[in-house]
Structures are given as C-alpha cells and as structure tokens.
Design a protein around this ligand. Structure first.
Ligand code: DGJ
Length: 738
C-alpha cells in the first residue's frame, strides 16, 4: 500500500515537472480548458482565444507574461449601442466582412447569388513546433480559411498569413484579403511611425499620433513603391529616446500592390490590418481553388523604436535573406552607372576595372547599356543579347579581365520591361500590360511585360538562365524602372484579369527562386529606380537593395536613417559618387562621401577617370578600414545616436558587433552655427565594465579622446568630437580589450 502511494506521488511529481518544462520550452501552447492560444518568442507573448461566439479573439500582445498568467477565456460581450454591435466592436484575429463589421475586414467576398455576408468560426487547429495553423469556416457556406502563425523563438517576430479556400460548388469573388489583424493593448496614447517618399527621395520617417479613424499606407502601383513602404511601428507614449519605450511593429512581405490600415475605432481600440491592396482587386476563386495572402510579420520590444529596428534587422538576417541564417558580408562593389551611363564599352569598362581593383574593390558591376540597341533609354529593353558594337567579342574578355584583377563580375538587367523600340515588342506587342484598344502609357519610354502570363514568365526565366549559363556572372542588379499603368490582361476572361496583381508577383518570385536554385553562387540586388521595391517579400530572394537613385552623401544620411527603421544596413547599398553631382550639386570631400556610404554596404560609383591621386589614397585607406568594420556595420546592432531628419545640423550612428567586441561610430556635421561645439555623443550598447581601445577610421584623427576607456566612459561621460565648419565628418572604432 505504502509503495503504491509512493509510486503515485512520484508519478504526480514527474508529470508536474513535465508540464513545467513543456510549458517553458514549447513556443506555442493551447489551453483546452480556457481555449486560449499562447505564442512565446524572444521577450514577447502573443495570446488569443476562441470566444463564446466561436470567433478568434486577441487577448494580449506585448512583453512575455508569466507561464501561469491566465487571460482567458475570450468573450464576446454586449454591443456598445444599437450602432455598434458586438460583432463589430470585438477585436478578431481574422474578421470576415459580415454581421455588422464596420472596421477593416481581413476578408471580403461576394458569392454568385449576391450574398456578401461572411462570418468565420473556429473549426480546428494544429501545433507543430513553431507553427500554429487554425482552420476557420463561414457559419453556413464552405469558405475555409487556414490561418498560419509562425514564431521566431529568438526575436519573437511572428509571421502571419491566411489561405482562403473555396469549397463551395460555385466560384466566389474575393474582393479583399489580408494576412490578418494585429490588435494592440488598449491605450489612447499611441504614436505611429511610417515611411514615405518619392523617386530620389525615399524613406522619410513620419511620426504622428494615432487618432480616431484610419491611416492608410499603401501602394496601388503594382509594385512596392517609393511613396510608402510596407512597414509600420507604433509606440506607446511619445518617447524622445530611441532605445526605451514599448513599440509594436510590422512589415508586409509583398512586392505588389499592398495596403496597411492603422485604425482607432470609436472605442479607442487600435488595430493594424495588412495584405493585398483591395483597390481594383478581385480574385475569382473557382471551386477548390485557393488564394494565399502575403505574410505580415509583427513584433514587440520594450527597447524603443531603436530596439524595434534592431529586432527586425536580426530577424531579417536570420530568417528572411536568401543566405539566412548567416548571410555572407556584402563585398565592396564598383558600379559603372554614374561614370558612363549607357556608354559602356569593353575598353572603357576595363579601364575602370583596373582603377577599382587598386583601391580594394571586390566586385565589378557593369550597369545599363550593354545589350540590344541600347544607346539611351529609348531602345533595347527586352533584347537581351550582347551589343556587338560595344562588346565585339561578347562579355568574356571583360569578365576575364575583371577576374584577372581579383574581382568578381556582376551585370545589370531589367527583365520585366520592354521598350516599344525593341525586337521583342515588335514580335510580341501583346506581352505587355494593356487594355485592348486603349493607349499604352510609357514611363521612361518603356512598358511593363505582363509577368503573370506563362509565356512571358518562361521568356524572362529563359534569357536570364542562358545569360548565367554562358557567362561567369555572380551578381545581377535587377532593375525595375516604372510603375504600372493600364493593368489589363486581355488574354484571359474579363473576370480573371484582376488576378494579375497576384500572379505577376508570384511569377516574379518563382523566377528568382528558380534562378537561385539553378545558379547557387549568383547573388541579386533589388533595384527599382532606387528604393521602389524594398520589402520583406523581395528580400527572401535578393541579397541587397538599392535604396535610392539619389547618391548625394548628405541626402543619403536621411534616406539611410529612414531605411534602417525597417531594414538591416547589411542590405543597404551605398555608393560613393562624384562631387559635385546628383540631386544638390554640393561639394563634399572624398572622406565625407566615404563615411556616409560606410554606414551601409559600401560601394563606389564615381567616375574613377576623374579622380586625383589623393582621392585614390583616401579611397584605398577607407575601403581598408571598412573591411575591418564591415561585419559590425552590416550584421551588428545599430544605434541611431542623432537623427539627421528634419534639417538636423548633426547626425551620428553607432554599430556594435554581434559578439560585442567592436563598435563603429560615424558622426556628421552639416554646418556649424554661432560657434557652438559639436554636441556630445553618448554611445550605447557597450559593456560598461569592459575597456575599449580607440582606433580612428578617418585620415585626420581627433586627438582629444582617450586611447582607452571603459564602456561606462564612452556611454556615460560621452564623446566630444572636434567637428566644425560645413559638411564635416569623422569616424572611429572601439575594440574591446581582452
Ligand atoms: C535606375 C537605377 O536605380 C540606376 O542605378 C541605374 O541602374 C539606372 N536605372 C540604369 O538605367
């Protein structure tokens, strides 16, 4: 008897231990009693439940909660008044448009009989390690939605998407489809960050209070766009400190037309819904056909907007980029565009390559102009054969020369476009986006090939595959220089044509994926006349992006600052170009230009034939210095010490290496005023008890700083830099003593 009791006690003890460890180590749990899901990752908990009405209701999103904290069960209460029904004011994870819903739906459909009411109930779920799938179904019709939640255990960043399946016997029209809705904890003191811009003026950070009503950020352009970027962050309170405060953030992985709606409803509840842009959207789902939404990633941090960026950077490097979890550092690149524009020739490129190799460039990229009858932007796009006048013996002699100089070779392409003045267009005028009998609006004298068509997709893949088979090319700069107009697809039935918004991008991704699989050593840059196609969708297939055609080093400080709110500096290509040139014709020193670019992935885009000996010497020195800090800048933790935005006279960044052994600091001065000294910089992210040795990156070291000091000194005492005058810059690195 005694023995049996002992065994029983032991079993209870063991089973409670098991529950405890199980609870700690499993990122996704379901409590069947309260019907509550809990997703833990990083320092974050995301909790929602199945309500008494059988709908999925958010319960909590924020800092990690205690394992035994009980938030359930989810409950749909009474409506606010006859004007706000319970179904309309109770937050949901994924709300169909129906039953009195007035805020942004995640899904809106029209059935052939005219019914447009959709109410989605929980059916079942499945947990597989880091992934939770939940099936929902309309209360009476066979429309199924499978929600997918995938958590990154390290950062807590959660990826959400939905698959909509028509299991009725007739087609239904999907008019709106989002990945889902993020609901924030109740507060009336939320501040929204988002990014706006235009060609040559991308990535401006906007910051405003969240007010009743909706703020919509979107692209209707067929691609991501420069005007808004599919990223947001919301901070509770209006903290002046980059690195403290509660911040919720998200980014949509889609390179076509998209929309994110941030809304505060009449009860002050704040939610964010994102997915396909419903403008001009209509995806006809035949019986048994399905539509998958883009993934909407979201995360939370207690460490302010700076902490939000760092988490997102870490997540992008570890989970998004094609070379995840440890992308190779970006090589130092030379690009010919600003030096020669379309006037590329074998001899001219070889001269540039020789000069580039001498300063330490690792990859030589020939830009636009090498193919078809391309003399300017009026002709040639679509004809992807080597221009014999410019390269009589093909690309091989140039590529061999570049290799002999110790660099690898990359090439510019713009696969999705065609000039009307091209053999391709003369042969296939029906291959472009168009409405029958209507004008075809040109942008930069070009039209958009309809990549949604299988024959166009095959043509594009085919010529790229051939190019890579026949030439030793390890890098493609993939350009895309206009947005859509007249987005018709006359080859398919009228009610299928709007599928172009989805099919085009799916085919784009599939080409990129297949190319990478067939040519594993090839890396790709996403460029769209600058930063017109930067998003977490394209970044799954591309190793870097071109943030802007504006290469003015002073303007770049603001563009780069905004860029890093959403994207890791590791993918941010930054060319050093000529001065004066570009947007503002300002005269800036070679050193200033380099230091601006060294905050991202350093490249040179200047006409080296115009450089003097001292420019080459400075370049060689700074490229050498960059190689010492590149891992830190590209893959480390970024602290934005002073923002260049809103006409700031000064700006500064600091990057701390992932292992904490190095920090790189860049500081810029626009113009001294009234004789004031440069403001003291307080570094961040160091170990206060460790010692750090100072090493100047610039050629004119500033003698006032200690050669060695503690982390506490650099962070608490701070650094006084001797910067005065106009357009001045300096940089140093700290090395941790062991
Ligand atoms: C636009 C890109 O952003 C530039 O860098 C350059 O590649 C040109 N296109 C070439 O046409």
């Amino acid at each position: 008897m005694q023995c049996r009791r002992l065994i029983l006690i032991l079993m209870i003890l063991l089973s409670s231990m098991y529950t405890y460890t199980f609870g700690q180590s499993t990122p996704i749990q379901f409590d069947s009693q309260t019907r509550v899901f809990r997703i833990n990752g990083g320092n974050t908990s995301y909790i929602f439940g199945i309500s008494n009405a059988n709908t999925l209701q958010p319960l909590y999103w924020g800092a990690r909660l205690g394992q035994t904290d009980n938030l359930g069960p989810a409950h749909v209460g009474d409506g606010q008044s006859a004007f706000d029904l319970p179904s309309g004011i109770t937050p949901q994870e994924f709300q169909g448009w129906g039953a009195g819903l007035f805020y942004e739906p995640a899904l809106k459909v029209t059935f052939p009989d005219g019914n447009r009411d959709l109410v989605l109930d929980y059916v079942e779920h499945h947990i597989d390690d880091n992934t939770l799938t939940i099936q929902l179904k309309d209360i009476s019709r066979d429309i199924f939605v499978t929600l997918k939640y995938q958590v990154d255990p390290a950062t807590g960043v959660l990826g959400r998407s939905a698959v909509i399946v028509n299991k009725t016997k007739e087609p239904v029209m999907v008019e709106q489809a989002a990945a889902g809705t993020w609901s924030l904890p109740d507060s009336t003191d939320y501040w929204l960050y988002y990014l706006t811009g235009r060609w040559a003026g991308e990535m401006n950070v906007q910051h405003e209070a969240v007010r009743p009503g909706a703020r919509v950020i979107e692209s209707r352009r067929g691609s991501t766009g420069q005007q808004n970027n599919p990223w947001f962050a919301i901070e509770r309170g209006n903290s002046n400190d980059q690195d403290t405060g509660d911040v919720w953030f998200g980014a949509l992985a889609w390179s076509g037309s998209w929309r994110i709606t941030i809304e505060q409803d009449p009860l002050h509840q704040v939610r964010v819904t994102g997915g396909y842009n419903p403008f001009d959207f209509g995806y006809k789902l035949a019986p048994n056909e399905q539509l998958e939404t883009p993934v909407f990633y979201g995360g939370y941090t207690h460490n302010g907007i700076g902490g939000a960026s760092r988490l997102l950077h870490q997540f992008e490097l570890a989970k998004i980029l094609p070379q995840e979890p440890k992308p190779r550092p970006r090589p130092v690149v030379y690009n010919s565009w600003e030096a020669t524009e379309f006037n590329v020739t074998e001899q001219g490129q070889e001269v540039l390559a020789e000069k580039a190799a001498k300063i330490g460039v690792e990859r030589f990229v020939m830009d636009d102009g090498w193919f078809g009858q391309r003399k300017d932007d009026h002709a040639g796009l679509g004809d992807w054969y080597v221009n014999k006048e410019k390269f009589p013996n093909g690309l091989k002699p140039l590529i061999d020369k570049v290799h002999a100089l110790g660099m690898d070779f990359g090439l510019w392409v713009e696969p999705e476009m065609v000039n009307p003045d091209s053999d391709l267009y003369r042969k296939h005028p029906d291959w472009v986006l168009n409405f029958t009998g209507r004008p075809r609006s040109e942008g930069r004298n070009q039209l958009v090939l309809n990549l949604a068509r299988q024959d166009v997709r095959d043509y594009v893949f085919g010529f790229l595959d051939k190019l890579l088979n026949e030439n030793d090319i390890v890098f493609l700069k993939w350009d895309y220089n206009r947005n859509w107009s007249e987005p018709g697809w006359p080859a398919v039935a009228p009610d299928e044509q709007k599928k172009v918004y989805v099919k085009y991008i799916e085919n784009l991704y599939s080409i990129l994926q297949e190319l990478r699989a067939k040519h594993p050593k090839v890396e790709i840059e996403s460029c769209s006349g600058g930063g017109g196609r930067v998003d977490l969708g394209i970044l799954r297939y591309t190793d870097e992006v071109w943030p802007s055609d504006n290469t003015d080093p002073f303007d770049r400080l603001t563009i780069q600052d905004g860029f890093t709110y959403a994207y890791t500096p590791g993918v941010m290509m930054a060319w050093v170009t000529d001065s004066p040139s570009g947007a503002n014709y300002s005269r800036l020193s070679t050193e200033y230009r380099f230091l601006s670019s060294m905050q991202g992935s350093l490249a040179v885009g200047a006409n080296l034939n115009h450089w003097q000996d001292e420019d080459f010497a400075t370049a060689q020195h700074l490229i050498g210095e960059y190689k010492e800090i590149r891992e830190t800048v590209q893959h480390g933790a970024l602290y934005r010490l002073v923002s260049p935005a809103n006409g700031s006279e000064t700006s500064a960044t600091e990057s701390v290496a992932a292992d904490g052994n190095q920090a790189a600091v860049f500081a810029f001065l626009h113009s001294s005023q009234l004789g004031y000294p440069y403001p003291r910089l307080f570094l961040r992210g160091l170990d206060k008890d460790a010692q750090y040795h100072l090493h100047w990156i610039t050629t004119n070291p500033d003698g006032k700083l200690p050669e060695t000091a503690s982390g506490a000194y650099w962070m608490e005492h701070g650094v006084d830099l001797n910067l005065s005058g106009d357009f001045q810059a300096t940089a140093f690195r700290l090395e941790k003593a062991h």
